[in-house]
Ligand binder design. Structure first.
Ligand SMILES: NC(=O)c1ccc[n+]([C@@H]2O[C@H](COP(=O)([O-])OP(=O)(O)OC[C@H]3O[C@@H](n4cnc5c(N)ncnc54)[C@H](O)[C@@H]3O)[C@@H](O)[C@H]2O)c1
Length: 328
């Protein structure tokens, strides 16, 4: 049986449908209770809907208890619930910072903390964490979201390492989707489209648009190409069902990393190469080289002093010999 969080919409809903179609029994969780109940009713599977806020540890514990009571344990946990807000890092509302950290990272942490012990005890299971390509590269104006998704990637890597030593029968997969046609991405694209079409004031009366509602004329001028690029995501986004297929295939292959947009692996390679190039050219390396140089110089100087002492001593000895020779 499988537990899917954030199952009322988008990727979570599609993953639930795909798992249900494979005959898995489901426990679905989401903040949106009504929408969740509709999704559960739509699915042709033995499904329980448990309204859950993944940021609340007690609610996640209750979710796990429901899965245990109803189905006797969890074979697959999909930590999918997520939220997004963009803008310059220093302009993102503190409440949005907190919400993204609490849901995207804290929600996954709660899932791991509560469900993994059950899996370890049962000797079976697989954890899927839905991160993002933003967990592997960091685009501007996406700092907090990207930071949380980087956290999900590294948490998944650590978890996989830990389980490979302590409970190797439990798998871990971190899925890093590119653009998927869901409410989350549509919201972003709608805001960008409104600005491109209507100028910097287009969303002024729409506080729910977050930073997009506050864009200044100066920022607008500098960022128009970026807004255009966001609207262009239309041409590369894939469906939630495509994303669900990627999730299932990665679990079956017990792969650690998976994405819906393999071509974007090039971005990850570029970032890794930039990191490595800068690390190798970093001051630490130069400081080490300088330190080594200093040591080598010191060795030469020490050697010189020793050599001079030896030469002096030899001179003394030779002088003594000469004196002695003359004396004879
Ligand atoms: N859509 C994309 O382009 C894209 C790309 C990469 C990664 N992702 C990630 O995929 C996951 C699903 O996103 P989506 O695009 O389907 O978005 P979505 O908004 O359609 O669905 C997210 C779901 O999570 C639920 N949720 C939010 N906060 C919650 C909380 N505290 N507790 C429980 N449920 C909560 C929402 O109610 C919603 O049903 C997210 O983690 C997102 O970051 C999405």
């Amino acid at each position: 049986m499988a537990v899917v969080t954030g199952a009322a919409n988008g990727i979570g809903r599609a993953v639930a449908a795909a798992l249900g179609a494979r005959g898995l029994r489901l426990v679905l969780a989401d903040l949106e209770a009504d929408r969740l109940a509709e999704v559960a009713a739509e699915l042709d599977a033995d499904t329980v809907a448990v309204p859950t806020d993944v940021t609340d540890t007690e609610q996640v514990e209750r979710l796990a208890q429901t899965a245990l009571d109803r189905f006797g344990g969890v074979d697959l946990l999909v930590n999918n619930a997520g939220t997004m807000a963009g803008g310059p890092s220093w302009q993102i509302d503190p409440a949005d910072w907190q919400r993204m950290i609490a849901v995207n990272l804290g929600g996954v942490a709660n899932g791991v903390r509560v469900f993994v012990p059950q899996m370890v005890a049962a000797g079976r299971g697989h954890v899927v964490n839905i991160a993002s390509v933003s967990g592997l590269i960091a685009d501007p104006f996406n700092a907090v979201y990207a930071a949380t998704k980087h956290g999900v990637v590294s948490l998944s890597e650590s978890l996989r390492g830990e389980l490979s030593l302590l409970a190797p029968e439990i798998g871990v997969t971190v899925v890093c989707p590119g653009p998927i046609d869901t409410r989350m991405l549509r919201g972003l694209m709608d805001n960008a489209t409104a600005l491109v079409a209507g100028g910097p004031d287009a969303l002024r009366e729409r506080p729910e648009a977050g930073w997009f509602a506050t864009v200044t004329a100066d920022q607008y001028e500098k960022l128009t190409p970026l807004f255009g690029a966001v609207t262009d995501l239309n041409s590369v986004m894939v469906t939630p069902a495509d994303a669900a297929a990627v999730v299932l295939a990665a679990v079956e292959a017990n792969r650690l990393y998976a994405t819906t947009h393999p071509a974007w692996a090039a971005k990850v390679r570029d970032r890794s190469e930039r990191i490595i190039a800068d690390l190798l050219a970093s001051p630490t390396e130069r400081i080490r080289a300088i330190a080594l140089g200093r040591k080598a110089r010191a060795r030469v100087e020490h050697g010189g002093r020793v050599a001079r002492r030896i030469a002096f001593r030899c001179g003394e000895v030779l002088g003594g010999f000469r004196e002695g020779f003359r004396g004879n």
